[in-house]
Structure formats: C-alpha cells, structure tokens
Design a protein around this ligand. Structure first.
Ligand code: KIV
Length: 272
C-alpha cells in the first residue's frame, strides 16, 4: 500500500456537472462511503465516481447505535482523510445532527467541511428549503437527502421504508421538486419504494443517488463496510456482501462498480 498520497489539488476531480451529463446520457454512476485515506484510495482507483463521507461513521467507525453523537470535528477529520487520498471521485460530506439547525449555522458548518475537509458538496437530511437557498447563495453545492432520515430516528422510532402510503409518497415527490427548485445539485433517496424512486428520478433533472431505492436511480450508494461484510450490526436488506464472492477488497469494489454500471445491482431482492 502506498503510504504517501498525492496532493488532491494536482488532480481534477469529477463534479456534479459530470454526474448530470451521465444522467442525461443514461449512464449510471456509483458511490460508496469512505472515512479514511486507505479506503478512499482504493475506491477512487476503481473509478467509483462519488465518495460520501457519511455520518454513518458514527455507527460503523465509532460504534454508536445511531448517527446522532457524530460531531462536526469528526466529520472534518474524516473528510480530510478521504480528500487527501481521492484524485478523481467527487467527495460529499454529511452535516451531522444539529449542525444545520439555522441557515447561518449550516453555512458555518458547511464552510468547515469545505475549507478544512476539502469536500466539494455537503449533504443534509430533510427538505430544509431555507437552508438550501442560503447555502446556494454563498456558493455552496448541496446534496439533498430524503426518504429515511437516520438523524430523525428518535422521532420515527425505527429504520423503515418511507413513501409506501399515498400521502408520504406525494410528500416525497413535492419535497424532491422543491429541493431541486431551490438549487440542490444532487439528491439522495434512502429506503424508498423502487417504483417511487424511479418516478422521482425521472421527474427531476438533477442526478438521484439511491440506497434501498431500487435500480432506476441515476446512481447507487452503499456503506462500504456493509458491502464488504465487515459491519458489526446486521447487514441491511438493501446491501450486498460483495467480498463474499471474491478474495480481495479491490475485486469486491470493482464488482460493485460494474454491477451498478450495468444495472445489475440492486436487484429486486435488495429493493422495496
Ligand atoms: O451517512 C451515510 O452513510 C449516508 C447513507 C445514506 C449512505 O447518508
């Protein structure tokens, strides 16, 4: 393993505009979470287009039961670790719980993820149009996150599929359109019925990344430890252990990438 990573400024990473062109060409893209330089370098080398420094690190790295204890300084640290090693992938970083409760606080938190962490986009949960508008005015690129919102776990009570009933499906469609209108560059849908995620992906112009949202989203994301089968908890239904079919992490990442590109993952067995 090469311990000295090149400065990311030497390389031209992908942007959300590249993902937009891929959507327009109907070419799928892949995304994985990463939290450190070694995984980021491997993921990047395979050609996976997007790396998400997710606040899932609270569960899979820090060992908490939820993402709620994650602090902004944890996100900055892990984002910096990832951006030091990635050359080509677009890097998105999550704003953790309670770091975006007002537009001003969101802008301050996002600025740290960008200036200190090196992220290109920030992601946060929910249809907070006021926050998106404020960030976009400051030149910050935003990825929306709808469907299952893990930071709301104490309100929703359980990790479950969102948008199964007519009301919640309508709400999700309206929220997606509203987020697009106020300027999000990308949208992530988590645990949404496949047919609904397909509809949303078709009616919005921006690229849609799915997790547990069926095969028809423009891109797919998984938590890297889940798809390598090394998470401590139970693997979610929408994930797949790509390491069990091969004997190297590189091949598992490549197989995931190829399966997403060909539309072979997720299958109906990984969808709702
Ligand atoms: O924190 C995270 O890893 C996420 C998932 C949806 C991939 O947001």
């Amino acid at each position: 393993m090469n311990a000295s990573y090149p400065s990311s400024s030497v390389y031209q990473p992908l942007t959300h505009l590249d993902l937009l062109k891929m959507k327009q060409r109907k070419e799928k893209f892949a995304c994985l979470t990463a939290y450190d330089a070694s995984f980021a370098a491997l993921i990047d080398a395979v050609g996976i287009e997007v790396i998400l420094v997710g606040d899932s690190l609270g569960m899979v790295v820090q060992g908490h039961a939820t993402t709620l204890p994650v602090k902004l300084e944890n996100m900055i640290y892990h984002t910096r670790c990832v951006t030091r090693a990635s050359r080509h992938a677009l890097v998105i970083a999550d704003l953790p719980f309670m770091t975006y409760s007002t537009p001003e606080l969101a802008a301050k938190s996002a600025a740290k993820l960008i200036q200190e962490g090196g992220a290109q986009l920030v992601k946060f949960e929910g249809a907070r149009l006021d926050i998106v508008e404020f960030l976009v005015k400051q030149g910050i690129a935003v990825c929306g996150h709808l469907g299952l919102l893990p930071q709301f776990i104490h309100q929703i009570g359980a990790y479950k599929v969102y948008g199964k009933e007519l009301d919640s499906a309508d709400q999700l469609i309206n929220d997606a359109l509203a987020l697009q209108r106020v300027g999000v560059s990308l949208l992530l849908l988590e645990c949404v019925p496949a047919v609904l995620a397909k509809h949303i992906s078709e009616i919005v112009d921006i690229p849609v990344i799915g997790i547990g949202a069926g095969v028809d989203c423009d891109g797919q994301v998984l938590v890297v430890y889940d798809m390598l089968g090394i998470s401590t908890g139970k693997r979610p239904r929408f994930s797949k252990n790509f390491l069990s079919e091969t004997n190297s992490i590189e091949s598992a990442l490549e197989n995931y990438y190829n399966a997403v590109k060909k539309g072979d993952f997720p299958t109906p067995a990984h969808s709702f």
